[in-house]
Design a protein around this ligand. Structure first.
Ligand SMILES: [Fe+2]
Length: 276
């Protein structure tokens, strides 16, 4: 069984434009999620800010380039450096994505969807187990949004996600916005997805804003959380119970006050659903 992790409350993603104000002003935010790769450096300002944030807040490390679904061997040097970073930051847990990032020595800097087959379940689960054996803190994988499916698919997305986390015995970083984006793009019922994942394995939830492209939704993290995603978040809170939640905002990043307002909204929604 995946280790139990603490409910940290509602946090926001730590982004470069806010480093200085967060350290100087220490705003009322429950916790921060830090992008691992931004701090996998030998010294200098990023680590200075990370140490200062960590001294005041709980942090979680979130990676974007582990290539868990790829077919090339896991990058041992990357994992070693990630473990070093974890020793420094003592995150409550770490995470990366249920996707592939590249092949043939090329890193595409995208979170690419995987064929949802039992063979891929076994492949990814085995790699996640190896990662967990290397890192010294609990580890979770995140469901990504997608814009295409494979002819080879054997499972629904929620079956695929569930089977991987069970087989890997890891946590789930449940991105509610990604559930909605994929449900719109592929025409499935997002509530079935919310209900269909192993709730006891959810370490954390993500909320973010997408862009409506007319024919499809794009996971851009550049808007406030949309109304249908808030509704799904309410349902997820009822199903999962008290669970750390994070606002992700990566483009057209608002002032810190805007992020805090969105986190406060999530906290109010969460409190309302949990008090029912
Ligand atoms: Fe996310």
């Amino acid at each position: 069984m995946a280790p139990r992790v603490p409910d940290l409350g509602v946090g926001v993603g730590l982004r470069v434009p806010h480093y200085r104000r967060v350290v100087d002003e220490q705003p009322e935010i429950d916790w921060f999620e830090c992008i691992s790769e931004n701090f996998m450096v030998d010294g200098g300002k990023p680590l200075h800010f990370l140490d200062a944030v960590r001294a005041r807040y709980p942090v979680v490390l979130h990676g974007v380039s582990m290539n868990l679904g790829g077919t090339e061997p896991l990058d041992e040097e990357y994992l070693r450096r990630l473990r070093e970073l974890a020793r420094r930051a003592s995150p409550a847990w770490m995470s990366d994505h249920l996707c592939w990032n590249g092949a043939d020595g090329q890193h595409l800097h995208e979170l690419l969807p995987l064929p949802m087959t039992r063979e891929v379940v076994r492949h990814v689960a085995e790699r996640v187990r190896r990662v967990q054996g290397t890192l010294e803190v609990p580890f979770a994988i995140e469901n990504v949004s997608s814009y295409m499916t494979f002819r080879e698919d054997e499972l629904t997305e929620w079956q695929f996600v569930s089977e991987v986390v069970e087989a890997a015995d890891c946590g789930l970083l449940f991105d509610v916005n990604n559930v909605y984006v994929s449900s719109f793009n592929h025409g499935f019922d997002p509530t079935t997805y919310i209900d269909g994942v192993p709730h006891a394995r959810v370490f954390q939830m993500h909320l973010a804003g997408y862009s409506d492209k007319g024919t499809h939704l794009l996971d851009t993290h550049d808007h406030p959380v949309s109304e249908p995603v808030w509704e799904l978040y309410r349902r997820a809170c009822r199903r999962i119970g008290p669970c750390s939640t994070l606002i992700e905002w990566d483009d057209h990043i608002p002032e810190l006050e805007g992020l805090i307002a969105e986190a406060d909204k999530a906290r109010a929604v969460r409190d309302e659903e949990l008090s029912r």
